[in-house]
Design a protein around this ligand. Structure first.
Ligand code: GDP
Length: 445
């Protein structure tokens, strides 16, 4: 049986109990299920209050129901939404009734979105944007995801692909036309000009890409320094005082290895290298390995020390800020201070009392702001998208240089470029990718 002969259902809202829970159904049996529960089909796309009943007429809940007949629905199939009271008992009763219906089953993670994609409602970049939006923690991440969800990258990619196909049609027309000799220059020139323009355009999108990808993953700040400098204390301070902590990943030992902060909308992950230690616990080992990898690619190092003459160990390319701790003992003034380590700023703090931390956090926000720059221009948020656009520009470049060698060769390179864009949109040859992409989604999405 084709999987889409099956109607899927899932709880699309959050954890139970809750004031209201939304159960969503998609597939050709969604309508008959609604009819069974309500006794009739309500007016499409209108919120309708209705009493849900089981097969024997016993009431289940007082609900608001919505009926979206396909194809004008989110998934392109018949879709039903049941807004019920968010109790475990209501959902359990409803689920057992639905499960008992023929060709009805619970949805896999991301399966609603996958059906929307397969029915041509959204392209793959929009599906990725949707996933990012659901997982967005900060306001800036939300805005970026929404841009992608609205199809900004998809629209550009479609237009590029159309233009490449046109240019290749021009060249191929030339090939047919000039069986007996070279393709006439009047045909080649406009095609070449168009490819050149496209190349510049895609390259400029690519050059803005790094920052957009980083916004999705966040900026990484590492706390390093000699033993007992107060690294873990600073880490715990940050975790405690930064009200907008997104998700502190508690290490299984006494300390946090990573905390994620929302600094003025910028996602910043702080890693405590004191938390990186040898351990025999396999789960902790995995955490330590990840922290090490991330620390090696830090965007900024806070070097904690007790005096200004600290022996800073440089870690990679990242700038290092000297942070002099324990000023409650030395009696030094808090805040930023002239640095003995060159251009980078230096700070005086007490990780124990919290003195000077406000200035340090403010400087971190400034760093994040400069780092991300005018992020609004970023269209690419994933490695997958960047790789395919890299393949597109490489093929376009090859097609330009192949023109002198032979038009067939140039046309072939254009086909490769168009194929890469097709993959970006999920229109060709991506079956193997789909499982990976949709697996990351939530159930009910
Ligand atoms: P780490 O090895 O760099 O992680 O250092 P810890 O955070 O474990 O701190 C080492 C010791 O210094 C602990 O006893 C802390 O309580 C103490 N400590 C950390 N920060 C301060 C501070 O600002 N003032 C004072 N007086 N003690 C501190």
């Amino acid at each position: 049986m084709h999987p889409h002969d099956q109607t899927i259902f899932a709880l699309s809202s959050g954890r139970l109990p809750s004031a209201i829970a939304i159960v969503r159904l998609s597939g050709s049996h969604a309508g008959s299920a609604l009819q069974m529960l309500v006794g009739r089909l309500p007016v499409p796309r209108m919120a309708t209050r209705a009493l849900l009943r089981d097969g024997s007429g016993e009431p289940i809940d007082d609900a608001v129901v919505l009926w979206f007949p396909g194809p004008a629905s989110a998934t392109g199939e018949d879709v039903v939404e049941l807004h019920v009271h968010g109790s475990r008992a209501v959902i359990a009763t409803l689920f057992s009734l639905l499960s008992a219906m023929p060709q009805m089953r619970t949805a896999e993670p991301g399966e609603f979105t996958r059906r929307a994609f397969e029915n041509g409602k959204i392209d793959l970049t929009e599906a990725e944007g949707l996933d990012d939006l659901i997982h967005a923690d900060t306001d800036r991440q939300r805005r970026q995801a929404l841009r992608q969800l609205k199809g900004l990258l998809g629209d550009r990619a479609r237009s590029w692909r159309d233009q490449i196909i046109e240019a290749s049609a021009l060249i191929e027309a030339g090939i047919d036309f000039a069986d007996e000799g070279d393709v006439p220059a009047e045909l080649m020139a406009p095609a070449l000009a168009r490819i050149g323009q496209l190349l510049t355009e895609i390259e400029s999108v690519l050059s803005a890409q790094g920052r957009a990808e980083r916004l999705r993953d966040g900026l990484t700040v590492v706390i390093a320094g000699p033993p007992n400098a107060g690294k873990s204390t600073l880490m715990n301070q940050l975790a405690r005082r930064e009200v907008a902590i997104v998700s502190p990943h508690a290490g299984t030992t006494r300390d946090l290895i990573e905390v994620q902060l929302d600094l003025d909308g910028y996602p910043v992950t702080v890693i405590d290298t004191a938390g990186i230690r040898e351990t025999n616990d396999p789960i902790e080992q995995e955490g330590v390995r990840r922290a090490r990898d991330r620390a090696a690619q830090a965007d900024l190092v806070l070097w904690l020390a007790e005096d200004d003459q600290a022996d800073i160990e440089r870690q990679g390319e990242a700038p290092v800020w000297l942070v002099r701790n324990k000023i409650d003992l030395s009696g030094d003034r808090e805040g930023d201070c002239p640095s003995s380590s060159g251009d980078n700023p230096a700070f005086h703090i007490s990780a124990r009392s919290g003195a000077g931390l406000a200035q340090l956090l403010e400087a971190l926000v400034g760093f994040a702001r400069d780092y991300f720059g005018s992020i609004e221009s970023g269209l690419i948020t994933r490695e997958r998208q960047r790789t395919l656009l890299d393949q597109t520009t490489a093929a376009l470049r090859r097609s330009i240089s192949a023109i002198d060698l032979g038009e067939e060769l140039a046309a072939e390179e254009l086909r490769i470029a168009a194929l890469a864009l097709g993959r970006l949109l999920g229109r060709v040859d991506v079956e193997d990718l789909l499982d990976v992409i949709f697996r990351e989604f939530c159930i009910g999405k």
